[in-house]
Unconditional design. Sequence first.
Lengths: 124, 124
Amino acid sequence: MDDGRDVVSEALDVALAYYEAWTSKDFERAMTFIADDIVCDAPAGRIEGSVAYRAFMGPFVQILERSELIAAFGDDETAVVMYDTKTIPVPSAPGAECLTVENGKITRSRFVFDRAPFAASRAA
Amino acid sequence: MDDGRDVVSEALDVALAYYEAWTSKDFERAMTFIADDIVCDAPAGRIEGSVAYRAFMGPFVQILERSELIAAFGDDETAVVMYDTKTIPVPSAPGAECLTVENGKITRSRFVFDRAPFAASRAA
């Protein structure tokens, strides 16, 4: 961003803008930070491309009630965010993402969360 | 550490020393970084105190084969590490920890990983 301030971390700026967008349920704005050729390693496996990422993340945003940021750090290329989400089926579902940012877009994501409570909710 | 170098992050130093210890299976050294009154929120619930933490983490170190660090960031009080472990039952089990450090010891931990593949392994 060319606003004259010291840029502590471009990757962190993008990661937080992305986080703010999806946690405020502005999913279309969130997707503007996702590179067309994103590669995301999520608990259920690898997701390749923004179309597949949209199909992965969109339904989660639909069941999201709120999120609390736990930590966010980054450098020029990489950022890590951890947060705790409240969703309709699961009252506390923490997640962590390690994001690689290139030219203002997220190109690589390592996504960690516990699938167990979501599976338990579906089984109930 | 009073070795004359610039201390980028005391919390990160402790988090990485802890990580290096448990991933090299030196679990007793790892436990030296855990405060007696640690509070850890893990996928299965809250773990309070170093005795309970030892009972939680010890068995995991027993099944650990290796770990690859994905990212590590921190400031004076807080650090976040993300890594991918290979364990005997689960070939890829990524985890993320947000650690609060006080006086060189980890007093607070938010621990995120996916329990699903471990449950599937037990059921198989």
